[in-house]
Design a protein around this ligand. Structure first.
Ligand code: 13P
Length: 285
């Protein structure tokens, strides 16, 4: 299949009470594992590469890899640039064939955030590409972006309608208690804030920092109308832990890289399948 946009992949989420999982990858093995997990769950899926991951793999290489993976799959795949702050880099990702991009101008004042998000949404309209933006600041560390807990600020629901209308974005990431990376203490989501946002806009809402949030809490958000759930750290940990395990288990004279890396695919696929089932999107493809 050809890559699809967020608009397409999230179209039925609210009506049918499910969310689509969005998973970060950093190379071939985790990307292929995510696709494998989605195929096993018969679920649509969003593969996300951060600006840093794209710089590591190469922007056009990332697009080529995922387009290749999507071609032989029968479930819809969206290739999404995650948390990009550099407008020129985002434009290049759109030209490279990403079917979705995130402009993260959440560190900027409200008016500048609107300006940058609108600039990208306007640019992407001429391509088959959707746009996500962020209002409020999700705390923690995501790739090169670090938001100290004290500066993380929850989304003000009153700011949402104008932001969505003026920017013309396709999905909105909000801050309501989740953080990127592993949690230092039990996460406490502000469900009332999410409800207030959902009441004020029809724009699909995104939860960042999905690693470590109890599944029951995520399911509660989905039942309220959450459309997209981002998970990154859990897959990174599975990737690294699997390599460590294989290094310990394989004979010292084993040098075939595939023996070390193939189990990474399976580890990522298992996590993704389980998440998609929990998010209610299994069987929706
Ligand atoms: P986690 O790494 O905390 O799962 O968050 C991922 C994310 O939100 C990517 O944008």
């Amino acid at each position: 299949m050809e890559l699809v946009t967020l608009q397409e992949i999230l179209a039925n989420t609210k009506k049918e009470h499910y969310a689509v999982g969005a998973f970060n990858f950093n190379g071939y093995e985790d990307a292929a594992g995510i696709a494998q997990g989605a195929a096993a769950a018969r679920s649509p899926v969003i593969l996300m590469a951060s600006q840093g991951a794209c710089q590591y793999i190469g922007l056009y290489e990332t697009a080529g890899l995922i387009k290749g993976i999507a071609k032989k799959l029968s479930v819809p795949i969206c290739l999404h640039l995650d948390h990009a702050t550099d407008l020129d880099f985002i434009r290049e990702a759109v030209r490279a064939g990403f079917s979705s991009v995130m402009i993260d101008a959440s560190a900027k004042p409200y008016e500048e955030n609107i300006h940058d998000s609108k600039t990208i949404a306007t640019f992407a309209k001429d391509y088959h590409c959707s746009v996500e933006a962020e209002l409020g600041k999700v705390g923690g560390k995501e790739d090169n972006i670090v938001v100290e807990d004290r500066t993380a600020s929850f989304t003000d629901p009153a700011q949402v309608p104008r932001f969505v209308e003026e920017t013309g974005i396709d999905a909105l990431a909000i801050a309501f208690g989740s953080v990127h990376g592993f949690y230092k203490s039990e996460p406490k989501l502000d469900f009332d804030r999410l409800a207030a946002v959902l009441k004020l806009t029809a724009c699909p809402i995104v939860l960042h920092g999905g690693t470590g949030i109890p599944i029951a809490d995520i399911q509660k958000c989905i039942s309220m109308g959450l459309a997209k759930v981002n998970v990154g750290t859990e897959l990174k940990a599975a990737f690294s832990n699997t390599i460590r395990k294989m290094c310990a288990e394989l004979p010292k004279d084993e040098f075939d890289p595939r023996k070390f890396l193939k189990p990474v695919k399976a580890a990522c696929a298992a996590i993704v399948q389980e998440k998609l089932e929990a998010f209610g999107s299994a069987g929706k493809a």
